[in-house]
Design a protein. Sequence first.
Lengths: 244, 244, 244, 244
Amino acid sequence: MPIRVTIWNEFRHEKTNPKAAEIYPKGIHEAIAAHLRTDARLHISTATLDEPEHGLSEDVVRQTDVMLWWGHLAHDELSNLIVERVYQRVMAGMGLVVLHSGHFSRVFRKLMGTSCDLKWRESGDREILWVTHPGHPILEGIDDYFVLPVEEMYGEFFDIPEPDETILISSFTGGEVFRSGCTFTRGAARIFYFRPGHETYPTYYDPNVLRVIQNAVHWVAPRREVKPLEFGNRKSGWLDHSPE
Amino acid sequence: MPIRVTIWNEFRHEKTNPKAAEIYPKGIHEAIAAHLRTDARLHISTATLDEPEHGLSEDVVRQTDVMLWWGHLAHDELSNLIVERVYQRVMAGMGLVVLHSGHFSRVFRKLMGTSCDLKWRESGDREILWVTHPGHPILEGIDDYFVLPVEEMYGEFFDIPEPDETILISSFTGGEVFRSGCTFTRGAARIFYFRPGHETYPTYYDPNVLRVIQNAVHWVAPRREVKPLEFGNRKSGWLDHSPE
Amino acid sequence: MPIRVTIWNEFRHEKTNPKAAEIYPKGIHEAIAAHLRTDARLHISTATLDEPEHGLSEDVVRQTDVMLWWGHLAHDELSNLIVERVYQRVMAGMGLVVLHSGHFSRVFRKLMGTSCDLKWRESGDREILWVTHPGHPILEGIDDYFVLPVEEMYGEFFDIPEPDETILISSFTGGEVFRSGCTFTRGAARIFYFRPGHETYPTYYDPNVLRVIQNAVHWVAPRREVKPLEFGNRKSGWLDHSPE
Amino acid sequence: MPIRVTIWNEFRHEKTNPKAAEIYPKGIHEAIAAHLRTDARLHISTATLDEPEHGLSEDVVRQTDVMLWWGHLAHDELSNLIVERVYQRVMAGMGLVVLHSGHFSRVFRKLMGTSCDLKWRESGDREILWVTHPGHPILEGIDDYFVLPVEEMYGEFFDIPEPDETILISSFTGGEVFRSGCTFTRGAARIFYFRPGHETYPTYYDPNVLRVIQNAVHWVAPRREVKPLEFGNRKSGWLDHSPE
């Protein structure tokens, strides 16, 4: 059974910014989807902000195993209902891959419990991403570093809780550093934050970036048998009546 | 300069439940305060739900270095304004010690990003708290375990993010276990969750429990020089003009 | 290509202790092997202390992707050469699953950097293992707890570094607790410590125990493309000549 | 009672390399000691490789609360006896601050369980150290970054276990990054690794570097009441006879 992936994209820059439109004529989501569709173990759908229910109806969300999230301008335009729907689905075990400016998305901030703020600059820095966790499944096929010739700068302090694992750290021409690949666990769900991906650079055509995203989809995907977690009152005597 | 501590207590059980009233005639907050007042390095205040602004006016919150939080019945009665005020103060570096049923408080859940749910039972279990992080400052003066003859049971799975440090793990007569002492960092703030403290047991007179709470107050207290964190746009050339 | 698994067992108790011999007539390694052989994605071999080179020749170790380790009486009988050989193979990315009294094995202690000491008692305690990391791949198919009716007790403090993940915590009849399922990363290698498995109890026939071991073998198995890590001197100018 | 600090330095470069001798005429240990002696809560001693027992007699080690360690050329000249003595003292709770090339010292490698290898280059890179854990006691008084105009480069992958906390990350002119401030816990002991400090640069006169070292000494210092840890056999019935 394939992993059911929904790529969510705000899809606004690509309609209004000529440079973004030129690089991503069908939207960032379609650039990522084109690559992921080459993986027979994945079933790929997309959803965007301006569709009804932002493309995230109850059926769509319930039938998603892994969601990717790219947003920037319009985090506040998401309805509370949809934010809560996606959040609850993560709590139930759905994997989540948050991309670039998605750090400020309401779902990610709610999951982190912090501001998720950072330093930034758009001036054509070169980014070098260094592997700090060799052998991690998300880094399969990645060398000990890779370079993006031009990207937006994100700099520390990145206001997130200490990640479970920090697997990539970036340096920028300007001298800044950033924890660019971070894993988190929340309930039965796994979350991966991946930094690169400014809308005016062809980052989502870079083979290393696409490889990391593809690996991450497999890594955050839930195992088949995640059951609803049991909470609440627990009578004495359960041990005597337990099936084991 | 002493550490300014505000002990927040819901203070409802003690007014309506005869057993709680008998054990804590002045409220749980006063039992804890009585002990902490013996520490000359601390300046102790209290605040309760039914005071104006729940006892947490802007002035009170701004002048608090460490807040303790006990709540149970009435988490939803807190105004959004006060929850946000306390949360923002934590983001600015205030230490937070969350006690027992405070696991379900809105501030703690917002900081954790998870449901914070758990299993529970009120049937007079004996609780044994085991040290899993010897030498931790919060455990100064604590032996390798201590016993509470009767307490409410909390059982795993406790739906929190993986703690920075798990320093106490409890077993209960019924066979359950629980991560009873957990540290977290959020921004510049430190948070300690400490499990024991049901309102119908004299837990807050236990010398080990009081010692842990007192140590925790010192451990979460911010250092003097936490400045507002710097985020946002960062022009090129900062390095040339930096004072270093 | 199947994962090449070598189950290493000291295999002394089963020859000298009638109770152990009765339960594990062919040795603990064969009880575990019988189960793992039902998994077509695994290729299973065994090795024991009293074979030449303890069954761990250079060829055997080089051709092992995942090693399981059970030892107790004779940790000090292992030659330095073999300890170093196994350790270096872990450093190169081999997965390692350490079972029960293997906590005191020289390889595990060398990897941890601590004494790995603990409290223990053989008096027929019942052990309950609680899941503290639902959704973890090693716990696929495991409910929120499982019970072993009789086992040796291991109690905290367990002198290991803070694990990357604590996924199972045990309670015992006597009131002790223990971090029974712990993951660690060292270099490109993954390590899983799994507590149960005293030689005089039929623990390695328990379906939950076997399931955890099987899951763990898959989880610690290295990805195909772990290359030798690059260290050492790095001339200026690498960036200009890098292939990216 | 002051914290008893022993600064251990290999003290070879400063005798043979004219540049090191010029910058540190009395040795690196004396440059650090000069600063730490201004802190009345500390009692400072020094010890060097070529003294009898490398300056680390049983009495000296037993009476040390915090040890600093700088070594580079001669890690292998340390006697096994002294390495073991220092290691056992750490296991008993002594704090350890490992400086720069001390990453390859035998004591640090034994504590980490890994190779502790890294990439390096001596070509006058500028190092910028970024704070990734604001509010950490070791960073008290440190801004959100600081710059060392010229230093040796150390680059990732740094082969250490995932630190408890990564509080400083460096970038270098050449584009490399490094986890430059890392905390670890081993048993009751705390360990801090701090990257800067090449012998041919005046790093140990930099106010930020000295501030971090001074803060770290206080942070790793053991609490007064760390008792020997209890391990081993534990009879049934302990609970009935326990004093609580």
